[in-house]
Design a protein around this ligand. Sequence first.
Ligand code: PEP
Ligand code: MN
Length: 267
Amino acid sequence: MLELQSAEVDSRRVVHIGPLAIGASRPVLIAGPCSVEPAYPEHASALADTGVDALRAGVFKPRTHPDSFQGLGLDALPLLAEARRRTGLPLISEVMSPAEAESIGEHVDGFQVGARNMQNYRLLEALGDLGRPVILKRGLSATIDEWIAASEYLRRRGNDDVVLCERGIRTFETRTRNTLDISAVVVARELTDLPVIVDPSHAAGRREWVPALARAAVAVGADGLLVEAHPTPPEAWSDGPQTIDLQALADLYELVLDTRLPGLRVV
Ligand code: PEP
Ligand code: MN
């Protein structure tokens, strides 16, 4: 039994984002504000002090309504550089077009493709060609098979540095922002060799529910967590209600440190 599980662990892909290895010895913790704000270097330092492994660094924000804050865009590049200088942590930033990826490529260590762009195939092909690591979020109403098929668009271009991210799907339930499909972690890890991480923030929609969903994700074998965190969540420029504070983030870091050998955790 143990041999079988070890074989499964051995065949899993480890994806490197800068110095960070995802799918290796323990779940990783990637955290940061929903969007980069002018105080981002200070935010990044405070978040780094809690022990996180990498930082969210969103500057192009895919907002449902065009009147909502759209991100600082290229004006944020000096903020990213300063955060990198202060923390030494890898930065991950969402892009919505190949041109955006080119424009911030030097300033980040990995790209995120958001739920709304999971099936933007020209974007996926361009990111495949760039060959940089990509966190591919599951689409709002995408099946697991469609999500994995989307990852193939990156891989067919020779980029296997892909991390799948479950972030909740749209169901009839409206109490939560989305319904966290915890089964998807188990199933996607069985169907692919790619690491699978979980974003409990966009699933829950409320910061009070994030720690419990994060624990559930780790319990089923997730290779990491992608969490919205901010030193003063009520002041966050976007997604404040689902953003956790530094204490809650430090607790999540304890959680991931306590969990080793992901492939052997679940029996
Ligand atoms: C995000 O992580 O900033 C984001 C927009 O999430 P999603 O694409 O999952 O909605
Ligand atoms: Mn957000």
